[in-house]
Design a protein around this ligand. Sequence first.
Ligand code: MN
Length: 261
Amino acid sequence: MGETVIGVTAGAPPPGVMRLHEPIAACYLPASYINAIRQAGARPVILPPSHMARECDRALGELADPLWVLERVDGILLSGGPDPDPWWFGEEPRPGQGRIDPERDAWEIVLARAALEAGMPVLGICRGVQVMAVAAGGALYQDISEGFPAALKHMQEAPRWFPSHGVEVAQGTKLASVIGAGACRVNSFHHQAIRDPGQGFVVSARAPDGVIEAIESRNQPFALGVQWHPEAMCKRDSRARALFASLVEAARGWRGRGRYA
Ligand code: MN
């Protein structure tokens, strides 16, 4: 049996990360994702957007070839990043909408749809869970304040590894089988939230203010996402490690089940 390969999506770096004399186009992925996949026993490969640093209209996503990727990886991790463009869920941008990466949106949404259709194991993290929902026909609050005027602080200023707010994991869900049902604490670096988890998806965890913190597919063996950042918690949190282990285990089971034409 060969290595289990997890494709990890990436995109343009956030402003201020690359302090160069001249700004250059770049592809960016925090090393914490790579370390978390390796620690779980798989080989990570970075999946850049297919049309980086070119003029991109949304239709270009249709030209991307997700099947090329699906033939070569055993599972996909949709990583964190900027806000998905609300165009993808049929809305105009409102003032609460943040930075967007159009090339990454087009690529990830087309890739996520293909992976979900194929039943390939997918884990979504932060932006990744939002992309998963949008790919499944769901929708987001462009800013948490739109849906939850009395929301908790979801953009923590505590260290990245620190679990700053509670979530309640729903009984009987896939997520509960991985990290346990009931109360748990997570870190939080998001200002958007899922409004509609999409077709075939159910909510598997919520924060005490009602904000959706995790979703999962009812139909796929392993398609789940969390709004927090387990890759930043792995050193101290066994539940964070369990999430990556569950993706790798699902991907290992998927391998050999057949590839795509
Ligand atoms: Mn949160």
